[in-house]
Design a protein around this ligand. Structure first.
Ligand code: PEP
Ligand code: MN
Length: 333
């Protein structure tokens, strides 16, 4: 339920109504713009006396929110949420690029990739230290050593770093090093991890689950937001369909759908969607055309010897070409 206040309603009156709603048993969340004020209600709204609230002369209207996600809902927060990480803004209308290897493999590997993606125009460095691998026999990541290498790359390049927290136990250590904490597709509905991320004061990149609907993705974001952390970036990374040619099927329509339903930024990861490096560029273009706030691209200096996801990784030269293509697409728009 949302209470839309009349334009110019005095602050004091807004506070009074919020208090009243709290007494009626729900939790009010105020969203104030230049010309509007909205009070979004979460929790038990069954005891809200609609007539009493609508009778207040400062109330424009009361709306029932049909969707189960509230804090992530655009109705609760009409303006786009912009998340700032060390001076990089995500969701402000520009397309930001996150790039780097699937896994941190060594200091030499990460620093070399970090320098080349920065020179090509990427603004955030990615790299997994704790890896969610389909096979327990595959490389599982360097753990804390990988986090230390990421920290070194941040010191040398000035780029903020994003890395995945795989479970609640290792969350704290990842949080210490990361500028943005990634929650992977396989963990999208790991509720104890989501709750933990909700208590963090660092931004969270939440990837869409392999078989999750858009509503389920937004409900997972809601889990984080209701704990207090509203800095959530959503990521479309391909979903399971009957198609096997690609690793996953990139659901481009998730971008405009999420823009309509939510105020949270949405970025696209074409690398994990395609599973093939040759498709990363066309899918990136499609994502930009659909209105994405950013891209997450896997880049490796030696894909043939990569310890994970070499087949979908761009070499630095190809990444540089992709960045030029994106720039020219945006400037011709
Ligand atoms: C990743 O980005 O490193 C990753 C494992 O992606 P996903 O969770 O989307 O599979
Ligand atoms: Mn990967």
């Amino acid at each position: 339920m949302i209470v839309i206040m009349k334009a110019g309603a005095p602050k004091r009156e807004i506070e009074k109504i919020a208090k009243r709603l709290e007494i009626m048993g729900c939790i009010p969340h105020k969203s104030q713009g230049d010309n509007y004020c909205i009070i979004g209600l979460v929790g038990d709204t069954t005891k809200v006396d609609l007539g009493q609230i609508e009778a207040n002369e400062n109330v424009e209207r009361v709306l029932k929110v049909q969707h189960p996600f509230k804090l992530a809902n655009r109705l609760f927060h009409p303006e786009d949420t912009v998340i700032e990480v060390n001076g990089v803004k995500i969701g402000d209308g520009n397309v930001i690029v996150i790039a780097g290897p699937c896994s941190v493999e060594s200091e030499e590997q990460l620093l070399s990739i970090a320098k080349s993606v920065k020179a090509a125009g990427a603004s955030i460095l990615r790299g997994g230290a704790f890896k969610p691998r389909t096979s327990p026999y595959s490389f599982q990541g360097l753990g804390e050593e990988g986090l230390k290498i990421l920290q070194k790359a941040r010191e040398e390049t000035g780029m903020p770093i994003i890395t995945e927290a795989l479970c609640p136990d290792s969350f704290d250590i990842v949080e210490q090093y990361a500028d943005i904490i990634q929650i992977g597709a396989r963990n999208m509905q790991n509720y104890s991890l989501l709750k933990k991320a909700g208590k963090s004061n660092k931004p969270v990149l939440l990837k869409r689950g392999l078989s999750a609907t858009i509503e389920e993705l937004l409900m997972a974001a809601e889990y984080i937001m209701v704990e207090g952390n509203t800095q959530v970036i959503l990521c479309e990374r391909g979903i399971r369909t009957f198609e096997t040619y690609t690793r996953n099927t990139l659901d481009i329509s998730a971008v405009p759908a999420i823009k309509e339903l939510s105020h949270l930024p949405i970025i696209v990861d074409p690398s994990h969607a395609a599973g093939r490096w040759a498709m990363v560029s066309p899918l990136s273009m499609a994502a930009v055309a659909a209105g994405t706030d950013g891209l997450m691209i896997e880049v490796h200096n030696d894909p043939e010897h990569a310890l994970s996801d070499g087949a979908q990784s761009l070499r630095p030269k190809k990444f540089e070409r992709l960045m030029k293509e994106i720039e020219s697409m945006i400037s011709n728009h």
